[in-house]
Design a protein. Structure first.
Length: 318
């Protein structure tokens, strides 16, 4: 793909999206950030970016994409709480599926050539003992949120075949780092970090043996960079244009809590609460494909990433 001059980053006031927007600005792109600020923060938007306050499923957003002259859309706007998706699947679908279609139709009218999509490596694969999951692993989401992410990948594949759109889906593991919202379902590192800063006990749901693959946001940004410049082949299967973004390493919640105590030097009690219904027991994604095709590998260790995240939490609270 030739250098794109104008990029739209949806969800660019959020945790991951704001870091991605900064990457594009550093590359010399003209960046527009679209966010409804339902979970993002206006102060996260880079000063050099143009900000549009709008719902991703709104007519205003469709007009923006149709008339904005964008060659690239990087789509991070989402309803991302699994519990919300179970409680209100129609709301989840409106944001995650109808919002995506709104962007795709606007992009079709406006000549968008490439679409980089933030998918999820945890929820699209579902439960399995054969870890880490490669991109070819069976897809069996166990929540409406997971279904919406997988359906989005199918819609992107269809638009690629129908209209020649370049599409890349990045299946994220559990991303953590500076600017993560401590109030979201996926923000366990931010939750623990905020409690450590306030010297409050860490609460672990269940026995704490459930595992996740924790990847630092800086490594996720470099994966977005690689996706932006990748020479996309034709779409034969869904997995041809999908890349896992993680570490391939399982870390239990018990291990994570202890690692945060070690990285921060803070000592607080650890307490347990009832397990959450429907929570995956184990999750990790293989990153062999990204290593092979992009020469991409996670570069930040968990200890270093937790230290950087906690330093940001302390600075932000001040």
């Amino acid at each position: 793909m030739a250098e794109a001059s104008r990029v739209l980053v949806t969800g660019g006031a959020g945790f991951i999206g704001s870091h991605v927007a900064e990457m594009y600005l550093a590359e010399g792109f003209q960046v527009t950030v679209l966010d409804d600020l339902s979970s993002g923060r206006r102060e996260n938007v880079p000063a050099a970016a143009t900000f549009v306050h709008a719902d991703v499923a709104s007519p205003e957003t469709r007009r923006l994409v149709g008339r904005g002259g964008f060659t690239l859309v990087n789509h991070h706007a989402a309803q991302m709480d699994v519990r919300v998706s179970v409680r209100d699947p129609a709301f989840d679908a409106r944001t995650n599926i109808l919002g995506l279609l709104n962007l795709l139709e606007g992009g079709r009218e406006g000549g968008v050539r490439r679409f980089v999509f933030a998918s999820s490596g945890g929820v699209v694969y579902g439960e399995s003992d054969r870890l880490p999951h490669p991109e070819s692993a069976p897809k069996l989401p166990v929540s409406p949120y997971g279904v919406s992410k997988l359906a989005s990948e199918y819609y992107l594949s269809a638009y690629a075949k129908l209209y020649g759109l370049d599409v890349i889906s990045l299946r994220y593991a559990n991303v953590y780092g500076p600017r993560q919202n401590p109030h979201g379902e996926a923000g366990v590192v931010a939750i623990f970090g905020s409690r450590l800063h306030r010297r409050e006990p860490l609460t672990i749901h269940g026995d704490g043996s459930q595992t996740r693959d924790y990847v630092y946001v800086g490594d996720v940004v470099t994966a977005n960079h690689a996706a932006t410049h990748w020479r996309v082949p034709g779409v034969g299967t869904l997995n041809d244009v999908a890349f896992n973004v993680g570490t391939g390493i399982e870390t239990s919640v018990n291990q994570l809590a202890q690692a945060m105590l070690d990285a921060t030097g803070v000592s607080v009690p650890i307490q347990h609460a009832p397990a959450r219904a429907g929570e995956l027991r184990r999750s990790a994604v293989s990153v062999e494909r990204a290593a092979r095709e992009w020469d991409w590998r996670p570069g930040c260790s968990l200890r270093e990433g937790l230290k950087l995240t906690y330093e940001w939490i302390v600075e932000d609270a001040a």
